[in-house]
Design a protein around this ligand. Structure first.
Ligand SMILES: [Zn+2]
Ligand SMILES: [Zn+2]
Length: 354
């Protein structure tokens, strides 16, 4: 593959809202790096913070950076010492750039590395996926083994968050409540079904998102703006409460009530980003006496989650298509972010080569 000397990319170089579309030199591969020709980059809900450069962004990102932590493409060049990848290999990027030497990395838990850098966030790298060619250390590349489309491959990252969460609780034969039907919640619905959940209930306030939840395999959807979640769940579960909860809404009010919906001996996993403190009113009856399990996850198990998600997509056990609301050339990035911020979009996939 011939690699040009210049490329288009989005950048944020000062503390202001938005990104600039600029022309920059294509990066060179250092030792251990590959240069990826980016086919697709998708926008995450968390990217809204980085776009706006709000208080959350100042915690999770560092200027300057090329945005986009969900990216896939083809290896265009490999640096010195790279043996596991060669030009032409299709890859997707694991954006948790683990250090490799902290306590957790030594325990093979790079996903929750204590000194984690992050691709697309300016953390330890200025690189991200919103560009035509990106420099990534080879060890953070997941080499695709199945024949996924670029749209499927770019969604391995957000689907992986959902898979990691659902996989951390036992859903086989269980009824599962998914709070929040954004992209990650929608993937949680589909993965829970694929992993053998008996019933999956999707909760959201948006009729459009609840419709998508049905397409992803929800057996029942609950519009929390119209229906009382507690009484609906109790009638669905013979007054036992629901066995498993996946919290993907980030709505503190939902999260704080959700302990009362959980069955005794139930399991809950948190993946949403709550904008308020966790507060449980009746700790004794809703938590202590329930003998429950609370799990949290951050990102994907490297690379177990990737292999599992690739298999689910390639074997047709999960269909990612309903989650994608927009496919746009990267040059329309401003339109893309406005659609995402005003709630008109679900998952937006950008093509940096156009
Ligand atoms: Zn993401
Ligand atoms: Zn580490």
């Amino acid at each position: 593959m011939s690699v040009p000397s210049q490329m288009k990319c989005l950048v944020k170089e000062t503390e202001k809202e938005g990104y600039d579309l600029v022309t920059r030199p294509v990066p060179k591969a250092g030792p251990g790096d590959v240069i990826i020709k980016i086919d697709k980059v998708s926008i995450c809900g968390s990217d809204i913070n980085l776009w706006k450069w709000n208080d959350v962004a100042k915690v999770i990102a560092t200027i300057p950076f090329i945005p986009g932590h969900e990216a896939t493409g083809v290896v265009a060049a490999a640096g010195e010492g790279v043996t596991e990848l060669r030009a032409g290999q299709r890859v997707a990027v694991e954006n948790h750039f683990y250090c490799g030497s902290c306590y957790l990395c030594k325990e093979a838990r790079g996903d929750i590395c204590q000194r984690m850098d992050q691709y697309g966030h300016g953390r330890g790298t200025d690189q991200g996926g919103c560009c035509q060619f990106s420099r990534v250390p080879a060890r953070f590349c997941y080499a695709l083994t199945r024949d996924l489309t670029p749209d499927q491959a770019v969604l391995l990252e957000p689907m992986g968050v959902a898979h990691n969460a659902v996989d951390s609780i036992d859903v086989k034969g269980e009824d599962v409540l998914v709070l929040g039907c954004g992209p990650v919640g929608l993937f949680a619905v589909a993965v829970a079904r694929a992993l053998g959940a008996r019933a999956v209930y999707g909760v959201d306030v948006s009729p459009a998102r609840l419709e998508l939840a049905k397409q992803m395999g929800a057996t029942r959807v609950i519009n929390s703006a119209k229906e009382d979640i507690m009484s609906t769940l109790m009638s669905l579960t013979d007054n036992n409460g629901v066995g498993r909860i996946v919290e993907a809404s980030g709505a503190a009010t939902l999260l704080n009530q959700s302990f009362s919906w959980l069955r005794k001996g139930g399991q809950m996993v948190l993946i949403g980003i709550p904008k308020g403190p966790l507060h449980v009113e009746n700790v004794l009856t809703d938590v202590v006496f329930k003998s429950l399990t609370l799990k949290t996850v951050h990102g994907r198990r490297i690379f177990h989650t990737w292999q599992e998600c690739e298999r689910l997509l390639a074997d047709g056990l999960v269909d990612a298509a309903p989650v994608i609301s927009h496919r746009l050339p990267m040059s329309q990035f401003e339109h893309a972010f406005h659609e995402l911020i005003n709630g008109a979009a679900c998952k937006i996939i950008l093509d940096p080569q156009n």
